[in-house]
Write a protein that binds this ligand. Structure first.
Ligand SMILES: [Zn+2]
Length: 169
């Protein structure tokens, strides 16, 4: 069976939860710095937040968001846009050191019809890719495995960040 798209069955929990929860998880994370480990927050910079996606398309999927609850690039300041872009760069460094991906997808979704799970709070997706990674994800589709690997990856990325002074902004 040949799949070009990533198969991420655990995301059904996320999709089902969308209608139940109206809270913005990025703002929630921002307001609860004591829970950064639990919430898988990797970095807090002056204007932005970097967090592991709890419902990843692939192992190492990060979200980069401005601290301000704004939906569109229109409302973002030049400073915010610059910092977000630099954080994409720094996140790629950290993921490269941690996981040695063969490539990355970087993207943004605007509006639910375009796949945005959180259309009201701007964020950039950074998804590491490996040759043949569809096969890898098929064997890791169990949600417990995913959540355990997220915690371990968060710890690893924190350690690497400390060793390499990331993010260098
Ligand atoms: Zn928000």
């Amino acid at each position: 069976m040949e799949h070009k798209n990533l198969w991420a069955p655990w995301r059904i929990k996320y999709i089902q939860g969308l209608s139940e929860s109206s809270e913005c998880f990025i703002c929630h994370n921002l307001e609860n710095p004591d829970d950064d480990d639990k919430n898988l927050v990797l970095w807090r910079s002056n204007l932005c937040l970097v967090v592991l996606n709890r419902f990843p398309y692939n192992n190492g999927h990060l979200l980069i968001a401005p601290a301000r609850h704004i939906p569109d690039l229109d409302q973002a300041t030049d400073e915010e846009l610059l910092e977000m872009t630099k954080l994409v760069r720094e996140s790629q460094k950290a993921l490269s050191l941690a996981m040695k991906p063969h490539g990355f997808n970087v993207g943004m979704n605007f509006g639910r019809c375009a796949g945005a799970g959180l259309p009201e709070h701007l964020h950039i997706h950074l998804v590491p890719r490996w040759d043949g990674d569809t096969n890898f994800m098929s064997v890791c589709s169990d949600t417990d495995v995913i959540s355990q690997s997220l915690t371990e990856l968060h710890e690893l990325l924190k350690k690497i960040s400390k060793e390499h002074n990331l993010p260098g902004l």
